[in-house]
Each structure stands twice: as C-alpha cells, then as structure tokens.
Write a protein that binds this ligand. Structure first.
Ligand SMILES: [Zn+2]
Length: 129
C-alpha cells in the first residue's frame, strides 16, 4: 500500500520528518525508504545529529549522549504507530462490513420475509452459532 519514494523525494522530507510534520502516509513511505536506503538513512542521521548537537551544545549535555540510539527509537516508534493505524483501519472496515451485512439482513427480513426464512436465516445460523 505504501508508495515508493525516490531518494530525492525522501531527502526533501527529512526536515519535515524531524520536525514531526509528515502525515501518516508520508511518514510511512519515508520510514520504509529509510529502512532500505543506506544513503538517505545516513542523511537523516546527519540531520538528526546536527539538530541534537545544536540543541544540546546549548545545554552542555552532549557527553555520553546516545544520539543514534535516540534516532533508532524514534524510527521504531513511528513504525509501531503505523502498525496500530493499520490494525485500526482493518477493524474499522470489519465493523463497516458487519454493519452493512446487518442492515442487508434487516432489510431482507422486512422486504422479503420468505427469502429471509428460507435462505438468510439458515446461513446466519450456520455462521453465528
Ligand atoms: Zn534513498
């Protein structure tokens, strides 16, 4: 489902990714590119490290700080969020389908009771008991 990015597109998104400004689909595409592309990942790490360096030089906290570990954690959290979103999407579709089926069954019950009792009822008994 995710669209493939070119390196040029991915590198343009680095800034937005670090600033947390990508929407769900873009950040999914971005992370999957980063996972498979050494040079873009290197670009991302560099920008990320620069960000932190600037931030932490100000605060004298650079010593022993695991910047790369932080980036890995951030990427993993992004992936986890994507999985959650995907599962929620599937559950939502399942709910919509179940509701649509229920509505169809109710309509058939109301509009064609004979069809309901000879076809749908036996099938739904098979399915739901
Ligand atoms: Zn790339």
């Amino acid at each position: 489902m995710s669209t493939k990015l070119t390196c040029k597109q991915a590198q343009k998104m680095i800034r937005a990714y670090l600033d947390d400004e990508l929407n769900g689909r873009d950040s999914a595409a971005f992370i999957s590119h980063i996972r498979n592309c050494e040079s873009c990942r290197y670009e991302l790490e560099t920008s990320f490290i620069m960000d932190y360096a600037v931030q932490y030089l100000d605060e004298d906290k650079v010593d022993g700080f695991d910047i790369k570990g932080l980036l890995d954690k951030r990427i993993q959290e992004g992936e986890k969020r994507m999985t959650t979103r995907r599962v929620l999407g599937i559950l939502l579709w399942a709910a919509v389908i179940v509701m649509a089926l229920a509505i169809i069954i109710i309509l058939v019950m109301l509009l064609a009771p004979d069809f309901y009792s000879t076809v749908i009822f036996p099938i739904s008994r098979l399915l739901f008991t």
